[in-house]
Design a protein. Structure first.
Length: 524
């Protein structure tokens, strides 16, 4: 509306000016080279305007003729650019569809039209990955890494390719370069952290984690949890050589993550050895209220090594009342009652768990029946151990360990182990893998991942796959535990056979091996 009003006002003013000049025609005389021209003011003004317009048009035509070669070059370049962009778009669509032949053809067209374009380099790399051309993909990523605008993308691709060929040294180098160039880059920072952990360099891992906190990669709660995990790992590594330092690390870990069971159990044990039983008890009680665990109960029961079995039972009863109704509390109470030969207390603690007994419940019931002299019921409970549901265990990425580890031996992920019932696989039953005696072994490296086009992951938002963390090639800077399957025990026949002969007094006095202790070790 304002523009219309402005236009009308301007047109009115122009009309008034023309009318004013028409009412006052005047005379203009021009004499030049013996010629004389007489005209009115209005005609002179129109002539001046016409000459100006003709001059502008002549100058524009002359300028166009002078610039025509450059304009033609720009037009050809723009046409080539549009053709290259179209080839890149079609190539990315072909990669998404899995048509590597079409992708290769469009990649060649894009490289011909836009040889140094970042997207053309990315298309070439993705096409090579889709076609299985590792050398071609690596060359494309190296070309990206040499450019400032695509350096991080190139380093990411080189990191993935290094993982595919099991080159941990090169993968670590590329990740560290990317983390140095962009401290807030999530995948690079995580990879560097896990490489440090895989080497057992807990001091270096703590420094990297601190950098993550300063750059905003991790929130305060996550930082406290991971720092507690790293301090616990450091305490475990220093326990044999410097118990004072290990105790300090473990206590610091409990301050950061009071609910972390391994830190609380280790701190409680080391503090009790140093005579600080009151402090050890408080640490264990806080962790028990958050996460009841058999390791906490075991440590709490033995805070005072000189205590009798009845004293330990009283202490465990106090601990069990802090988490009423919890299964771990009942099992810890039953274990302490059996050690103290308080069979009624043990039976009362296990009674609520007999409807659906787990392996630990069946073992404790079998031991209880054996100690009370009922061999038949003891053998029945021993048979039920084999078919009972599994108890919780330290599990990470399908790997079951008899003790907590700071990183997953499968993926190298930090703080991966959880205390839970291992998930049974569908189909045919497979042996559950647990950690056996420590022995050097080479863990498998990462399986090849999909093309880079599907790995923008955390920051890109378009991908379904991100480069997995490096596998643990030197777990915890100590010999890697050997993995061995549990061999199922033979089924015990219903008919136990003839009754054994009566024992003599000498034979009864001889100590006999406790079969339940051996079974307890297997299903711990």
């Amino acid at each position: 509306m304002i523009r219309v009003v402005g236009f009308l006002i301007a047109a009115g003013l122009l009309a008034l000016g023309v009318v004013w000049l028409a009412d006052r025609p005047g005379q203009i005389a021009i004499t030049w080279l013996g010629y004389r021209a007489d005209t009115s003011v209005m005609v002179a003004i129109i002539a001046v305007i016409a000459i100006a317009i003709a001059a502008v048009m002549l100058w524009s035509l002359l300028r166009f003729m002078l610039r025509s070669p450059k304009l033609f070059s720009l037009a050809m370049r723009e046409r080539k650019r549009r053709k290259g962009r179209d080839a890149i778009s079609r190539g990315l669509i072909a990669i998404g569809a899995g048509d590597w032949r079409a992708a290769q053809r469009f990649a060649a067209n894009a490289e011909k039209s836009l040889p140094r374009d970042p997207l053309a380099l990315l298309l070439r790399a993705q096409t090579a990955q889709l076609n299985g051309d590792r050398a071609g993909a690596e060359n494309a990523f190296r070309a990206m890494a040499e450019r400032a605008d695509t350096r991080l993308l190139g380093l990411r691709g080189l990191y993935v390719e290094a993982q595919r060929r099991n080159d941990a040294v090169a993968a670590r180098l590329f990740a560290e370069q990317a983390a140095k160039d962009a401290p807030a880059l999530a995948w690079a920072g995580q990879a560097v952290l896990e490489f440090r952990c895989a080497e057992g360099d807990w001091e270096g891992a703590l420094a990297v984690l601190e950098g993550h906190r300063k750059s905003g990669m991790i929130d305060r709660a996550g930082w406290r949890r991971l720092r507690g995990v790293l301090l616990t790992a450091r305490a475990i590594g220093a326990e044999e050589e410097n118990r004072d330092a290990a105790r300090g690390y473990a206590v610091d870990a409990t301050k950061l993550a009071p609910e972390l069971v391994p830190a609380a159990a280790l701190a409680g044990r080391l503090l009790s050895e140093a005579g600080e039983r009151r402090k050890a008890g408080k640490i264990i009680e806080v962790a028990w209220k958050a996460n009841p665990h058999p390791d906490l109960a075991e440590t709490y029961a033995h805070l005072r090594l000189a205590d009798s079995a009845r004293d330990r039972l009283l202490r465990v009863q106090v601990l069990a009342r802090m988490a009423p109704g919890n299964v771990e509390g009942a099992l810890a109470l039953a274990r302490a009652a059996l050690d103290a030969r308080e069979f009624a207390v043990a039976r009362q603690a296990l009674a609520p768990l007999l409807a659906e007994p787990t392996q630990r419940v069946a073992m404790l019931m079998g031991e209880l029946e054996q100690l009370e002299g009922d061999e038949g019921r003891s053998r029945e409970w021993m048979r039920r151990v084999l078919s009972a549901a599994r108890d919780p265990a330290w599990t990470a990425d399908g790997y079951v360990s008899d003790r907590w580890l700071p990183i997953s031996p499968v993926t190298g992920r930090l703080d991966a182990f959880q205390w839970k019932v291992p998930v049974a696989e569908l189909g045919e039953p497979t042996p559950v893998m647990i950690e056996a005696a420590a022995a050097p072994a080479e863990l498998p490296h990462e399986v090849a991942s999909p093309p880079l086009g599907n790995m923008t992951g955390e920051n890109g938002g378009t991908a379904t796959q991100s480069a997995a963390p490096p596998r643990n090639t030197a777990a915890l800077a100590r010999p890697t535990p050997r993995i061995a399957p549990i061999v199922p025990l033979a089924q015990i026949p219903d008919d136990p056979g003839p009754e054994p002969e009566a024992e003599t007094d000498a034979e009864a006095a001889e100590p006999r091996p406790d079969a339940w202790q051996r079974i307890r070790q297997l299903f711990r």
